[in-house]
Ligand binder design. Structure first.
Ligand code: ARG
Length: 265
């Protein structure tokens, strides 16, 4: 039941946001981002915290971190006249680091949640995520109810919404936390756990890279991704939102997303 409510809430919030965006588009008077109004931790730089084991949003290509979030954040930084500096950290340290003024933004396929909004501000959402369930190809778990109802162990990435919601639904004892999503998937392939709950795009990448796994058809939750920004830096949030709006309007964001997630069909 909780799950259904979350899916409905996710769809509603996305619909509301889309509605708001189209409304804003017709009314807007094209004010440029006010570069003088915001400050960053180090002048001239935009320090972004991420956790770079989350393809296609952020992942290593050799020594370099690439992906949707990296390209969107670079395009935003460029609009604001800043140099993007990326710090690869544990996912569950990002919000605290933004809150304490260590990073200007957290950009990590990060879901907007009520709870996180108590600690940080979020930019306008720029993508939608779905918590998916990965199981072994021959698993007896056929849907979310079977997963919740059994006594299966479930792997999650520490501090993610998959972790928070699953812990809420099935309790601590059945949760196995990993610092990287891929480590949870490895535990699944070696039979240590029965399922992994993780965002849909990394789920697809992990299933493609590991034989014998599949994603269940029933999604667990639907969520919005946005950049986390320190609550005191409202001017930076406004400037980032203005940049995101321009990058949405001129098709840059759609092009970045399409490059990494080619439209299906
Ligand atoms: N969307 C999920 C959350 O916000 C997972 C994000 C994990 N991101 C990462 N870069 N590892 O909790």
């Amino acid at each position: 039941m909780k799950t259904l409510k979350r899916i409905v809430a996710g769809i509603l919030s996305t619909a509301l946001l889309l509605g708001m965006t189209s409304c804003a588009t017709t009314k807007q008077t094209e004010a440029p981002a006010d570069a003088a109004a915001f400050t960053t931790i180090e002048s001239g730089k935009l320090i972004m915290a991420t956790n770079a084991f989350f393809p296609p949003y952020e992942f290593y290509e050799g020594e370099k971190i690439v992906g949707i979030d990296v390209e969107i954040a670079s395009a935003v930084a460029e609009k604001l006249g800043l140099e993007l500096v990326i710090e690869d950290v544990e996912f569950d340290s990002i919000i605290a680091g933004v809150q304490s003024g260590k990073y200007d933004i957290g950009c990590a396929g990060m879901t907007v949640t009520e709870d996180r909004l108590k600690s940080v501000n979020f930019s306008t959402p720029y993508a939608t995520g779905i918590q998916s369930i990965i199981v072994a190809e021959d698993s007896e778990i056929k849907d979310i109810d079977a997963l919740l109802g059994g006594d299966y162990k479930v792997g999650v990435q520490s501090g993610t919404t998959g972790d928070i919601y699953m812990t809420d639904d099935i309790g601590e004892d059945r949760i196995e936390r990993f610092s990287k999503g891929n480590d949870a998937v490895l535990a699944l392939t070696s039979g240590k756990i029965a399922a992994v709950v993780i965002d849909n795009e990394p789920a697809k990448a992990f299933v493609a890279a590991n034989a014998g796994l599949k994603i269940l058809d029933t999604p667990y939750t639907v969520e919005d991704y946005a950049m986390a920004i320190n609550k005191d830096n409202v001017a930076l949030k406004d400037a980032i939102n203005q940049a995101l709006k321009e990058l949405t309007d001129d098709g840059t964001i759609a092009a970045i997303v399409n490059k990494y997630i080619p439209a299906e069909g």
